[in-house]
Structure formats: structure tokens, C-alpha cells
Ligand binder design. Structure first.
Ligand code: ADP
Length: 445
């Protein structure tokens, strides 16, 4: 006979057995009474004692460990396990002895334990949580405890501890809520604010200094005054650009979770974007070559935002291409995600390349791309992953500021992400850089 057969204790079957036993006892007493009435009284007392003993045993039986075929089953507190399983967060039930009396799959997975009966202190080394569990059992206190763990990744958890009573048993119920995402969002927001104010403070400090100089030592010197006024203009422009970019970024982020439903012709958007930048390119002595396929390239996207993407990429390309050089802007349609990555992002065999953003692979989805190629200095391979990070500028890392805001590519990345598209970069120091943005191709009308 196996262990489970011996230990299985079905309390719901007991009453039938009890009735049978009582009937047998009544028959035995009647027979005994016929033979010897004195012995029958003793027999009655003995049977009564047996019944009381069985009841007492049944009470303790509720906490006695029984077994199922595959796992040990605790009757009593463990009856609450289905309730725990219904919770999405890891949850534990801890008995008066500090042992795990019940748990859900989420808790077993996260805390890496399999069996009930283990001490809470052996699977969780958080003194505040252990104390809260103890306080819940002993004095019925409800607490919430926040703690941080950092094994492989930093994780913030809030543990809610509440007292529970089940029959005669007291226990503590622990629910663990992961707060990591909230913490990192808060940290990102704080970092962003600190960076934004730092970026704005720099031109503001220059402006203040220039005003003081014009009002003081340069007051009487018209030539000096003009020179300083020009410098003021540069700083004011920088502040304006920063504020514009910051506003753009926050506007884009606001509806980043809502994909666009409009249609736009990517070729036309590219043409318009380049027209808007032709003055800048001319002034810089850079030629822009536009390569468009025959016919329109309809995409699912918001025209204004797609213009922003192309303008930011072309603006960078012009900025980094030396006088006399040229920038190539190419629009094309392609097949699925892998196809567009090959077509738009793998052209230079010796270049470093990276997908700065990639959509989830989806069947039946085709893409259209715009690739902007320049003849600039290129970006070193080690900096590629940081492109698109807010305020990141290669020049600053190299101690050679050029006055960019470091927000242009972040804007591109967010817009493309809203469009559920991708962003690729290919760059080779000495040859140039190529950025390609791709978005979903719409059906031809
Ligand atoms: P900004 O150009 O305003 O500084 P971006 O976000 O557009 O900001 O670009 C971030 C950084 O990426 C730039 O400061 C520059 O170091 C690098 N970068 C972007 N585009 C190019 C390019 N075409 N060639 C070389 N470096 C580039």
C-alpha cells in the first residue's frame, strides 16, 4: 500500500463510518446488557470516550499532513491555496510557527521554493517582512513593508502583510507587489529634469555673462558690443531649440501609446522635408540628392511627425557633412521586417551597425523606409548604442561641443516607436553615417 493510501484522510467520509460504528456499538451494548447490565455501563462509558477522542483527533486532524498522489497536501490553512492562486502577485500564507502553509505559483517561481512547510526565514531574508509576519500572527497587525533586492537586477518590492484566522489557526498572509517599474520611471523622470535644467542653465549662464560684459567693459566699444550681441544670439537660439525639442518630445510621448491611423505618402513627405532644409544645405555648401521610387509610397503614419523624423535626420546629415559633400536621401518600399533591415540598413560591409529600435515581428506586414546617408565623420562603434538617448552627444563625450541639443534622435526614436516602426544606423568613421527609419506600408488605394 502506498504512502498516499495510508495517509489519505477524507474527513467528509467519516460521518458514514461513525454511523456504522455507532450502530455496531448500540448492538454490542444491547447484547452486553442482556448478558450483564454492569458490563454494559462500562461499555457505554468506553464508547463515549472513544467518540470524544475521535472528535478531538478530528480537530487536530485538520492540521495534520495528509498526502495526495503527487504532492503533500495540508488540510486546514492550505485549503486557502486556491484563493492565493487567484492572485496575480506572489502570495504566501505563513502559520504560527513561521512556516509556509500555502503559496501561489508566482511566489514559488519568484522565491524559488517548491514545498510547503519551509520556514519563511529560509526563503526570504528580509527582517522587516519577517517581523511584520510575526506581528500579524501574534497581535493581528496589518503592515506594508518596502524593500530592495539586487541579485542580478535591482528590484523594488512592497510586501503587504495581513493577519488571518482559519478555524482555530492564526496566520499571516503576505502579498508581494513589484514596484521596480515605478521606481525606474521615477528615476528616469528625475534624471530627465536634472539633465534638462542643466542643459538650459549653460546657455543662460553665458547670456548673463554676456549681458554683464555689454553693460560693463564693452559698453563704449561698438565693435565689441556687436561681437557680444552675436554671441548672445547664438546662446538664445540654443535655448529656443532646446525648449522646442523638449516640448516636441513631451507632446510625442503623450500619445506614443496610440498608433497613428492616418495615411501619408513617404515620398512626398521626404520631398517637403528636404525643401524646408534646402536653405540650410545651401548655406553649408552641401548638396542633397533625393532618390525616390516611381509612384507614391503610402504608409500608415502622421504626416507632420514623419516630416519631423526626416528633417531631424537630414538636418544632422547636413550638419556633419563637410562643405562640398553630399547627403543622399532615399525612399523605398520593402517586404517584411528582415527584408527592410537588409535593404535599408546593411549596405556598407565594414560599417558598425545597430537597430536602435525594432518593431515586434508581425506576419503580413510590409514596410517602407527612408535612408539618409552622409559623408560626415561617422560615429564610433562604441557610441552607437547611445544614439537616441536623450541629451547624448558624441562631441560632448569627446570634449568638442557643436551646439546640438542631443534630442533630435530621441524625437526620431519616439515618433518611429509610435508608428510601430524601426530605426537603423550604419556608420563607419571616415566614411560617414546612414540612418534609416521604417514604418508600415499602407495598401495602395
Ligand atoms: P543633436 O544633433 O542636436 O546633438 P541628435 O539627437 O540629433 O542631437 O544627435 C545626437 C548625437 O548623435 C549628436 O550629437 C552626434 O554626436 C551624433 N550624430 C547624430 N547624427 C549624426 C551623423 N549623421 N553623423 C555623426 N554623428 C551624428
Amino acid at each position: 500500500m502506498n504512502r498516499s493510501a495510508i495517509l489519505r484522510w477524507r474527513l467528509d467520509k467519516v460521518p458514514a463510518a461513525v454511523w456504522t460504528a455507532l450502530a455496531a456499538a448500540a448492538l454490542a451494548i444491547a447484547a452486553a446488557f442482556a448478558v450483564d447490565p454492569g458490563a454494559a455501563v462500562w461499555m457505554l462509558i468506553a464508547i463515549g470516550a472513544c467518540f470524544l477522542a475521535w472528535r478531538a483527533f478530528r480537530e487536530t486532524g485538520r492540521t495534520v499532513i495528509a498526502a495526495r498522489d503527487d504532492e503533500i497536501e495540508l488540510v486546514g490553512l492550505a485549503e486557502l491555496t486556491p484563493l492565493l492562486e487567484a492572485l496575480p502577485d506572489p502570495a504566501l500564507l505563513v502559520d504560527e510557527n513561521g512556516r509556509i502553509a500555502g503559496s501561489n505559483a508566482a511566489a514559488r517561481r519568484q522565491m524559488r521554493f517548491e514545498m510547503r512547510g519551509q520556514y519563511l526565514s529560509s526563503i526570504l531574508r528580509q527582517p522587516d517582512v519577517l517581523e511584520a509576519a510575526n506581528a500579524a500572527i501574534r497581535s493581528g497587525e496589518t503592515r506594508s513593508v518596502e524593500y530592495e533586492t539586487s541579485t542580478q537586477v535591482e528590484r523594488h518590492t512592497r510586501c503587504y502583510v495581513a493577519p488571518m484566522t482559519w478555524g482555530h489557526e492564526r496566520a499571516a498572509m503576505l502579498v508581494f507587489h513589484d514596484q521596480t517599474a515605478r521606481f525606474s520611471t521615477e528615476r528616469m523622470r528625475a534624471d530627465f529634469l536634472a539633465n534638462a535644467s542643466h542643459e538650459l542653465r549653460t546657455p543662460l549662464a553665458s547670456l548673463t555673462l554676456l549681458i554683464e560684459t555689454i553693460a560693463g567693459p564693452a559698453r563704449e566699444n561698438a565693435e565689441e558690443r556687436d561681437r557680444f550681441l552675436k554671441m548672445m544670439q547664438v546662446q538664445a537660439d540654443r535655448m529656443r531649440r532646446l525648449i522646442e525639442d523638449l516640448l516636441s518630445l513631451s507632446r510625442i510621448e503623450l500619445d506614443e501609446h496610440v498608433p497613428p491611423s492616418d495615411r501619408a505618402d513617404l515620398s512626398q513627405v521626404a520631398r517637403e522635408s528636404i525643401d524646408a532644409l534646402s536653405g540650410v544645405a545651401q548655406e553649408k555648401g552641401v548638396a542633397i540628392k533625393l532618390q525616390l521610387p516611381d509612384g507614391s509610397v503610402p504608409v500608415v503614419g502622421e504626416r507632420f511627425q514623419l516630416t519631423q523624423v526626416i528633417q531631424n535626420l537630414v538636418d544632422n546629415a547636413i550638419k556633419y557633412t563637410p562643405r562640398g559633400g553630399s547627403v543622399i536621401v532615399e525612399v523605398g518600399a520593402s517586404g517584411d521586417r528582415d527584408d527592410v533591415i537588409t535593404k535599408a540598413g546593411r549596405r556598407w560591409p565594414d560599417a558598425g551597425r545597430l537597430a536602435l529600435l525594432a518593431p515586434v515581428a508581425a506576419a503580413n506586414r510590409s514596410y517602407a523606409y527612408v535612408r539618409v546617408e552622409d559623408a560626415g565623420p561617422g560615429v564610433e562603434r562604441r557610441f552607437l548604442p547611445r544614439l537616441g538617448e536623450r541629451f547624448f552627444r558624441v562631441e560632448r563625450e569627446m570634449g568638442d561641443e557643436k551646439g546640438g541639443t542631443g534630442l533630435g534622435l530621441a524625437i526620431v526614436k519616439h515618433v518611429v516607436n509610435r508608428h510601430r516602426g524601426g530605426l537603423l544606423v550604419e556608420s563607419q568613421p571616415g566614411k560617414g553615417s546612414a540612418f534609416a527609419a521604417y514604418v508600415e506600408l499602407a495598401e495602395q488605394d
